[in-house]
Design a binder for this molecule. Sequence first.
Ligand code: HEC
Ligand code: HEC
Length: 357
Amino acid sequence: MAQAGASGAVGSGAADMAADPCQRERGEWDTACLRARYSGAPVDWPRPQIDAGLAWQEMAPAPAAPAPDAVSTLGERLFFDPRLSRKGQVACASCHQPDKAFGDGRPLAIGEDGLMGMRRSQTLLAAPFAPRLFWDGRAASLEQQAAMPIAHPREMNHTLPELVQRLAALPEYAPLFEAAYGRPQPEAAGITRALAAFVRRIRPAPTAFDDFLAGRRNALDDRQLLGLHLFRTKARCMHCHHGPLLTDLGFHNLNLSFFGRRNQDLGRFEFTRDPQDLGTFRTPSLRNVSRGGPWMHNGIMPSLEGIVRMYNLIEAGFPRRGGEGPQPPAPAPSSLLRSLQLTPEEITALAAFLEVL
Ligand code: HEC
Ligand code: HEC
């Protein structure tokens, strides 16, 4: 049997069959039993129930952030400076606010002149670790990514050459560029490199979940503890939300693409044109998730409990049709999804657990 650990493990699927040792007749949960089973470190917790063959990582504290250096210090200054946008209206931090899990609290992003984008501003907690950036994975590095909002007409609406000129005329930036790169004159590559270095320093704000991981066993109340257990077992969340950031950094279809309807967004397919990618979006980190709503790539979900109810009802491969007229059936939701049969008590517990992440 595969072992859980920071380096990863593979699901055995076996636990799926067994009755839960902490569940009594009529489905009641035995809190003392759950307390006992979660009294140790994560390696000693009950193994998550993961389909056979699927790779997963154990829950763990986020890795420590790199220490600030001159490059990321410059990046931090740039990140919070609205003068990066053409008319000086929006900074990176307007859409990625530190107290909102580095999202902006809006369903869809709003850029210069109030122009609305197509997607919700991502929280940036997974960004330092993601091999492919954006909801659809179209950027291959943080350096490449950083140039895109600067040029995007509905975000900062600027150009890198014009931004270089503007920064060159701002005396406060000369010593920062000097310290970072040994030359006071800004250059385009130095700007994107500095922004990327700052994003690499972003980590989740500490929460009760960190306290629990660190061994403070009363950091979660009974309901939140049940939520943790369900997240790992019956509710199947850990199939996609696992590891220190609670994301597999993979792409999955939750049937939120509005296929064939107004506001259609086919996710990763828009970039790869591979039919396998139809309607798939990158799994978000769930750390600090309660600060980052409304949720999903299109901000369509206003409540965490509503999200749990949605997962309770979507089924893998359920064929959906698009709008009127002859057209191919909509892409099927991920085969990892099941109708979960969660009770109202279990739904509340899962939502309570999401609140403390
Ligand atoms: C107008 C709002 C807005 C501004 C300004 C903005 N972003 Fe974003 N950011 C977004 C949206 C929306 C997405 C998701 C876009 C998509 O998936 O198509 C995103 C995605 C990202 C991602 C990818 C995160 C991930 O996990 O893949 C990073 C990193 C990022 N932004 C950094 C920045 C930086 C750095 C700046 C400033 C140079 C910036 N953003 C400016 C709205 C904004
Ligand atoms: C098949 C993989 C998969 C499984 C299983 C899964 N998720 Fe997700 N989750 C995703 C993806 C992908 C998204 C983003 C989808 C989108 O925006 O279209 C997401 C989004 C979310 C969000 C919104 C986060 C945000 O910042 O927008 C929450 C909350 C969430 N999931 C919780 C859960 C819970 C709780 C469970 C278990 C009941 C679960 N997920 C099971 C893949 C999964």
